[in-house]
Design a protein around this ligand. Structure first.
Ligand SMILES: [Zn+2]
Length: 418
């Protein structure tokens, strides 16, 4: 495995906080079996070591995310997460049951309630199932502190991005499975949603979240599903083929009400590699551009990698680098927010590949047309290209009507696309 060249990420700002290591889930309860779990604090160091060796600048969070969290999560969820570990300990579960983490066991699903209103449960061990929708996402003493710090890295990265500095949030625990009212999938607070909300609060009217994690970000989708100001697009392993989150992430989920057309899912067959993955990323970039978004949040998971234990996709390091280039070629203020990625030996390199590709894409946008065209997989005649004449605002109608133009959702001009 080759390493990143020294200094290759010198202009990148990495927003990180030691508190993100405080969350130690200790296990995942999967199919009733206690397994070690893969969302571990060592992920932070695996990433940070590689990025700092490549010259990235490290910065602490400087943005309290509390107000942003209240825009995307219910107060009930936030209050419960903030106090759950304490109440579990006070409830005597550690001594009486031998369980040192908050684990739900009963879930008030629609099938249970049968239309009756959801009531708060008196018992802490029952209340857990009101908010946590799986048994894998345990809460311990440092969970809230880490989740809050993780959200703060995303809020800060958004602020930096809008100030003209592409920034990467080393957010951990990840966030894209956290919904407005609930959590699961090793996620507690929706970090990408925090970043997008920070951009909206800063005055931008339209923002995109593009999610390249191997799994569908059901939480992010749910939060923004009926909104026409935050586009959510995801390329991920097909939940219909038996993969988490199982019940969401299908191609026909396109948003509802005003948000129709602002959600896009591109499910991939298990075993898919670079070609399918990059075609999906390119389509998401094209649709976001067509909607006129003014800034970008990338849900940067790298668990689509071939060696990752959590998904059956087979994306290469070169594929991740190419994805970074595609995202950069949108030419938008961009905050990249860490999601999944669980193969500790290669995790840092894979993240650096995306960020390195992103840097190359940014440079390509500043070079003459021909060089940009050579570096880009995308056409230089359409509005998602690197050529300044074709940047947003959209090119002249004549270009859109030209023979080269294809539907915005494809975004590629077939005669020159790589
Ligand atoms: Zn994932």
């Amino acid at each position: 495995m080759t390493s990143m060249p020294d200094g290759s990420l010198a202009r990148l700002v990495v927003v990180t906080d030691p508190a993100t290591r405080a969350h130690r889930p200790g296990a995942e309860i999967w199919l009733g079996v206690r397994t070690p779990g893969t969302e571990v604090p060592e992920r932070v160091d695996a990433i940070l070591d590689v990025l700092t060796a490549a010259g990235a600048q490290v910065q602490a969070p400087e943005r309290d995310p509390s107000d942003l969290l209240l825009r995307i999560h219910s107060r009930e969820l936030l209050d419960w997460l903030a106090s759950a570990a304490e109440r579990w300990e006070a409830g005597g579960y550690v001594e009486a049951v031998g369980q040192d983490r908050v684990v739900p066991y009963v879930f008030p699903t629609a099938a249970m309630l049968q239309g009756l209103p959801l009531r708060p449960a008196a018992a802490t061990h029952a209340e857990a199932g009101r908010f946590c929708y799986d048994t894998m996402t345990l809460v311990g003493p440092g969970t809230w502190e880490a989740a809050l710090a993780s959200a703060a890295t995303a809020a800060t990265a958004a602020r930096l991005a809008l100030a003209g500095r592409p920034a990467y949030a080393l957010s951990r625990p990840p966030g894209h499975h956290a919904t407005r009212d609930g959590f699961g999938g090793s996620c507690y607070l929706n970090n990408a949603g925090v970043a997008a909300t920070a951009m909206r609060e800063a005055g931008l009217e339209r923002v995109a979240i593009i999610d390249i994690d191997a799994h569908h970000g059901n939480g992010t989708q749910a939060i923004f599903y009926d909104r026409a100001d935050v586009f959510y697009g995801s390329v991920h392993v097909d939940p219909g083929r038996g993969w988490f989150p199982h019940f969401m992430g299908f191609a026909d989920e396109v948003g509802s009400g005003a948000g129709e057309g602002w959600n896009r899912n591109i499910p991939l067959e298990p075993g898919s590699g670079d070609d399918a993955f990059l075609a999906g990323v390119a389509e998401l970039c094209a649709q976001a551009s067509a909607l006129g978004v003014q800034a970008l949040v990338v849900s940067l998971g790298v668990d689509a990698a071939e060696l990752d234990p959590e998904s059956p996709l087979r994306v290469s390091r070169g594929g991740f680098s190419a994805a970074g280039r595609l995202l950069a070629e949108m030419g938008l203020p961009t905050a990249l927010v860490q999601e999944g990625g669980y193969h500790l030996e290669t995790l840092g390199l894979l993240v650096a590949d995306v960020l390195g590709g992103f840097r190359v894409g940014r440079v390509a946008r500043r070079t003459p047309l021909v060089r940009a065209q050579q570096r880009s997989r995308l056409c230089t005649k359409c509005y998602i290209c690197a050529h300044a004449d074709h940047r947003r605002p959209r090119p002249a109608q004549s270009h859109r009507d030209s023979a080269r133009w294809r539907a915005p959702r494809r975004g590629l001009c077939r005669d020159v696309a790589g």
